[in-house]
Design a protein around this ligand. Structure first.
Ligand SMILES: [Zn+2]
Length: 324
């Protein structure tokens, strides 16, 4: 099955570990969750590769510069490594690139930025990252940045909205053609995006809060609002967002979340954002080649082939085509 996965952390894992521990691995073949060989073996697809790195250990005054340097390094690592795939991982920068991949069933890579901290809330830097190929930005990670505040158990943080720079960035992302991702964002930030964005917006890797109470998951009202914007929600395989115990990532819990999101937001909002290589715990699906197990489980629950196809690729394709 040809699929679009809206989120994985394979690039950070590859660039970091391969250098540090002299491990063998690249985008073509590696010991982690996603590579072109395994994508192709199971039908191929578009993989969103996030550039992400921890900044919590860096004093806040230096965080933006640190992140800026790191992001640029990671992006150039990705482009260099992608070149070695000899056309088997096409770059996705435009709607035409997307159509090409779908038509020829070639796999593609779409580069994303998880946490806008390297932009420092500066539209000039945003354009620089656009030129470097970034087409999707998760506005915050789990820290405050120049754009806004993260999801939090602390209600006063959770209700804070976007900062002025964040509101400006949302408008600029609409204008440039960068997909706005609200996963990780505070609830207040979510509602600001919903109010300001003139384009569909997405939660690339989040689940349903009604099924598993966690601030990283979405309330029913949020699910409906994303659906109304024309956006999508990528189901996340992280154990903590799938069930209260938070230790094992089970397919049956994925099915529960998918059904809830489907019933709440409709069939056009469903998508996948595995978070492979960014999550830990015991994972029933720990590699992109095992995604068919989720398909089998959903078929057993009588989800139709038409809706499954929407979830695997058609819905996310619709959003990418509209924005890129
Ligand atoms: Zn994440």
């Amino acid at each position: 099955m040809y699929r679009i996965d809206l989120h994985c952390d394979t690039v950070g894992k590859l660039a970091g570990r391969v250098n540090r521990y002299c491990l063998k691995g690249n985008l073509m073949e590696n010991p982690f969750g996603v590579d072109v060989e395994r994508l192709e073996k199971t039908g191929g697809g578009i993989q969103c590769f996030s550039t992400f790195f921890l900044t919590g250990h860096v004093p806040s005054a230096f965080r933006e510069d640190y992140a800026y340097q790191k992001a640029k390094k990671l992006i150039s690592w990705y482009h260099r490594d992608r070149n070695f795939t000899q056309g088997r991982l096409q770059p996705i920068r435009t709607a035409e690139d997307l159509e090409y991949c779908f038509k020829h069933r070639v796999s593609g890579g779409l580069l994303t930025l998880e946490d806008a901290v390297p932009t420092a809330g500066d539209p000039e830097r945003l354009r620089e990252f656009y030129d470097l190929g970034i087409r999707l930005i998760t506005l915050t990670w789990n820290y405050e940045n120049a754009l806004g505040y993260p999801n939090s158990q602390n209600a006063s943080v959770m209700m804070r909205g976007l900062k002025p720079a964040g509101r400006e960035m949302v408008e600029e992302m609409n204008r440039l053609g960068i997909i706005i991702d609200v996963s990780h964002l505070s609830d207040g930030g979510f509602w600001d995006v919903a109010r300001i964005s003139k384009k569909p917006f997405i939660a690339s890797h989040s689940n349903a809060r009604a099924v598993t109470e966690h601030p990283r998951n979405l309330t029913d009202r949020m699910i409906r609002t994303i659906a109304e914007s024309g956006g999508v929600i990528g189901i996340n395989f992280c154990p903590r967002f799938l069930n209260e115990k938070g230790k094992v990532s089970r397919i049956r819990d994925m099915v529960r979340h998918i059904h809830h999101i489907y019933q709440t937001g409709g069939e056009d909002v469903l998508a996948i954002g595995t978070d492979l290589d960014g999550i830990t715990g015991k994972l029933e699906i720990n590699s992109c080649e095992k995604l068919e197990r989720l398909e089998d489980a959903l078929k057993k629950r009588h989800m139709s082939g038409r809706i499954l196809e929407k979830m695997w690729s058609r819905n996310a394709k619709r959003v990418l085509k509209e924005i890129l």
